[in-house]
Design a protein around this ligand. Structure first.
Ligand code: F6P
Length: 375
């Protein structure tokens, strides 16, 4: 393999906290330990296609460790292997434009890519590897739904944001004897709702892996009334669905590779609960993007930085087509083929997204302290 002198970095998919820590770890390791050059493509794969990039030197990554989002910006619409081109009538025609990206890299002398993203972004990383480009992936998502890694960075900061919100919402729920439904993200997995709800003292947690029956939720509210509690916090994952029902789709984004956007189930739960309960007001808050942004937690900074360092080490050791991952407290690596392709429905040749186990220890612990899952 040609020796690597210049690395291109890409941040793709939804933003989260910790992205800048990864960029910091990559850039400092590449420059100070190995004397390499680093550039960052702007707006995910879009920058690779349009040759929009910035040089990443030590100044560019100074003071960014704690900042949420990504200094390189991001996009979740630019799958270059199935690129949406808008037609005059507003429809989209999809084309494989990945050769343009490879030619842009060659012209700029970029020898390899480090791609930071979730399922969609890492699928393209795998596809560039298959085209012969040296690529290493770094697992990012607030949803924590990527298989083959114990942790993705971004998840912990989102949990902190959720817990902070739940602490605040408790004061209103208590003061007004209200039921407050709080919707959180997570796509088709319930990690954010489960771990956020556990730490934030939720009374009910509704997750995609355990379809709910609202009569069971009302039972829990009545139980609390009988104990003189007179309020309740119901955390609902955006992908939660009723028994024999479907997920609530907020929007279909035609030019996005991952077109389905979930959201709004919390308001449906609010309305239905209100119709079943007349001794409490039922209110609804969607934490939405508030849970995705802000100053990165210690865990996400340290994890992100270590992922960045190990991504450079792996690339230089010839580990193309691999992803760095967290196993226990160690950073190791895994073949991208074992990771990607989970998609919206969790269907994949390699076992799908990483789901909450309804029979697992975490759900059991929540049930042991009286949290209802509506089942
Ligand atoms: O994957 C991260 C995530 O925040 C999901 O939890 C959520 O469903 C989705 O992205 C929202 O996407 P968008 O930023 O396009 O609204």
């Amino acid at each position: 393999m040609k020796s690597i002198k210049k690395i291109g970095v890409i941040t793709g998919g939804g933003d989260c906290s910790g992205l800048n820590a990864v960029i910091n770890g990559i850039t400092k390791t590449a420059i100070t330990k190995y004397g390499l050059e680093v550039i960052g493509y702007k707006r995910g794969y879009s920058g690779l296609y349009t040759n929009d990039y910035q040089v990443l030197d030590l100044n560019a990554v100074s003071g960014i460790m704690h900042e949420g989002g990504t200094i390189l910006k991001s996009s979740n619409k630019d799958n270059l292997f199935n690129y949406p081109k808008r037609q005059e009538d507003g429809s989209f025609v999809h084309e494989d434009v990945s050769d343009v990206a490879v030619e842009n890299m060659r012209a700029l002398g970029v020898d390899a890519l480090i791609v930071i993203g979730g399922d969609g972004t890492l699928t393209s990383a795998r596809d560039f590897h298959r085209k012969g480009i040296p690529v290493v992936g770094v697992p990012k998502t607030i949803d924590n739904d990527l298989p083959a890694t114990d942790l993705t960075f971004g998840y912990n900061t989102s949990l902190e944001n959720i817990v902070d919100a739940l602490d605040k919402i408790h004061t209103t729920a208590y003061s007004h004897d209200r039921i407050i439904v709080v919707e959180v993200m997570g796509r088709h997995t319930g990690w954010l709702a489960l771990e956020g709800g556990l730490a934030g003292s939720a009374d009910v947690i509704l997750i995609p892996e355990i379809p709910y029956d609202l009569t069971k939720v009302v039972d829990k509210i009545r139980e609390r009334d009988a104990q003189g509690k007179n309020f309740a916090i119901v955390v609902v994952s955006e992908g939660a669905k009723p028994k024999d029902g479907a997920v609530h789709v907020r929007e279909i984004i035609q030019d996005s590779a991952d077109a389905v956007r979930l959201g709004g189930v919390g308001d449906v739960v609010r309305q239905q609960l209100q119709a079943m309960i007349d001794n409490h007001e039922v209110r609804y808050t969607n934490l939405s993007y508030l849970q995705r942004g802000g100053i990165a937690s210690q865990l996400d900074r340290a994890l992100g930085l270590r992922y960045g360092v190990e991504a450079v080490e792996l690339l230089l050791a010839g580990g193309s087509g691999q992803m760095v991952r967290c196993q226990g407290r160690d950073i190791t690596s895994v073949n991208l083929e074992e990771v990607v392709g989970a998609g919206e429905t969790g269907e994949t040749s390699k076992g799908g997204a990483k789901y909450v186990d309804p029979q697992g220890q975490m759900v059991a612990a929540a049930k042991a302290v009286g949290i209802s899952f509506g089942d």
